[in-house]
Design a protein around this ligand. Structure first.
Ligand SMILES: C[S@@+](CC[C@H](N)C(=O)[O-])C[C@H]1O[C@@H](n2cnc3c(N)ncnc32)[C@H](O)[C@@H]1O
Ligand code: SF4
Length: 409
């Protein structure tokens, strides 16, 4: 996960500058709930999450009630900052491990969001889950409350890869969790990680095949990022664990695209494949389209009306602020037009629809020379350029950051 950017101190009342409301007029509104608890910390992970050994279990017991107060606080802030009233277009519970909380806690949070903002009809309501943390009755409770989708952290099907990642789940539980989700009528997705130390192309093929055999509607495949400060980074530095083989990453990505395409998945963002347009992650699409979202919970990031803020990371500090009716935001950043445009290029270039060439030109991006070079290097589709869009080729997806740099320079 990226380090927290530097921002200005966030105001204690959380109020958002008036001009922000104007820029939100044509944006949908989304909620992300960050649940910062895990049973054990995986060696590669630097998300804002804590084990009970690290912080005790007290804040976990009161988490839902604290989060509900942040929902009430957010409604007050949006109202006082003259935002139009908007129903939620997606809700996403992530972490950490949201499903470490009792299902009833997730349900009361969802009910609070519904009573405060309202929910758009047919919206996606997703929770992430670790394979060991859900069973049929848990998922049934979520389904009955309106949840529509569960995203399971599978990562790999190969025991030695799971071991190097320090995943504690029983791999058999992935299939059990997916079967239970399907039985109760939830849409399903799995997350995979490729490029782990010691993982061979053959191992990756096995994991992909196992994910395909689960017959889910959606698969995300992320290249392992060795984050500074994680146990995995230390193990690699000290030579205890082999350096991931960077040269394999491209082959692994190509294998994923080939195997997933051959069974009916379509890539719709660099790391995401779905069976149909309807089964894409509507919540992630909202991020990539720079919509408005409020991130609830410790360390959560929000992006509303061109203002970005991030909450204090520590659950106890978060709880203290909420109890004192002080905004849990630590810092914020007012994104100026230039940065907003650059972010838009970074995000929209990665989605399959691509980014509009006329808009890029209006902003002074995508010089004719850059576009010609990108076509010559087979990083973008020539045919799409002629109809006014920049769309990545398979090779371009592997070098998406380079394409973005060329477009904005
Ligand atoms: C932060 S986790 C939360 C969900 C759940 N706790 C889990 O681990 O399955 C969300 C996803 O981020 C991905 N992820 C986390 N750390 C990563 C890293 N260092 N490199 C690549 N992907 C990572 C994993 O695929 C994971 O499923
Ligand atoms: S279970 Fe998920 S959030 Fe928790 S430490 Fe592992 S990867 Fe990170």
């Amino acid at each position: 996960m990226p380090q927290f950017p530097k921002g200005e101190p966030a105001p204690a009342d959380g109020l958002i500058p008036l001009q922000a409301a104007v820029s939100s007029v044509d944006k949908t509104f989304h909620a992300y709930i960050h649940v910062p608890y895990c049973k054990a910390r995986c060696g590669y992970c630097d998300f804002n999450t804590y084990t009970s050994e690290e912080i005790g279990s007290s804040s976990q017991g009161t988490f839902a009630q604290t989060l509900i107060k942040e929902i009430e606080f957010s409604a007050g802030v949006l109202d006082s900052s003259s935002f139009p009233s908007r129903k939620l277009s997606t809700v996403f519970f992530g972490g950490g491990t949201p499903t470490l909380l009792p299902a009833g806690d997730l349900v009361v949070i969802l009910q609070k969001l519904e009573s405060v903002f309202g929910l758009e009809p047919g919206l996606d309501i997703t929770t992430e889950a670790n394979p060991d943390s859900v069973d049929e009755s848990y998922l049934q409770e979520l389904k009955d409350a309106g949840f529509t989708r569960v995203s399971i952290g599978m990562q790999s099907a190969v025991p030695k890869v799971l071991a190097v990642l320090e995943r504690t789940h029983n791999p058999d539980n992935v299939a059990r969790a997916i079967a239970a989700a399907k039985k109760v009528g939830l849409a399903t997705s799995v997350d995979l990680i490729y490029g782990s130390p010691t993982e061979s192309l053959e191992d990756w093929k096995r994991s992909l095949q196992a994910a395909i055999d689960l017959d889910t509607e959606h698969i995300s495949a992320y290249s392992l990022i060795v984050e500074e400060g994680t146990k995995l980074a230390r193990q690699i530095k000290s030579g205890l664990v082999a350096q991931p083989d960077e040269d394999l990453h491209a082959d692994m990505y190509e294998l994923a695209d080939q195997m997933l395409s051959s069974v009916g998945f379509t890539n719709y963002e660099v790391s995401n494949w779905s069976k149909t347009v309807q089964t894409r992650s509507a919540h992630n699409m909202a991020y990539w389209k720079s919509m408005d979202w409020w991130g609830y919970g410790p360390g959560a990031h929000s992006h509303v009306g061109g203002v970005r803020w991030w909450n204090v990371k520590n659950p106890a500090a978060y709880q203290e602020r909420i109890s004192a009716s002080i905004s849990p935001a630590l810092e914020r950043e007012l994104i100026d037009e230039e940065n907003r445009n650059i972010e838009r290029v970074m995000l929209e270039t990665r989605i399959a629809e691509g980014i509009n060439l006329a808009w890029l030109k209006e902003q002074g991006f995508a010089s004719s020379q850059a576009v010609a070079e990108l076509i010559a290097e087979e990083l973008i589709e020539a045919k799409a350029v002629f109809s006014g869009w920049i769309k990545l080729t398979l090779k371009g997806r592997l070098l998406a950051d380079l394409v973005v740099r060329k477009l904005i320079n």
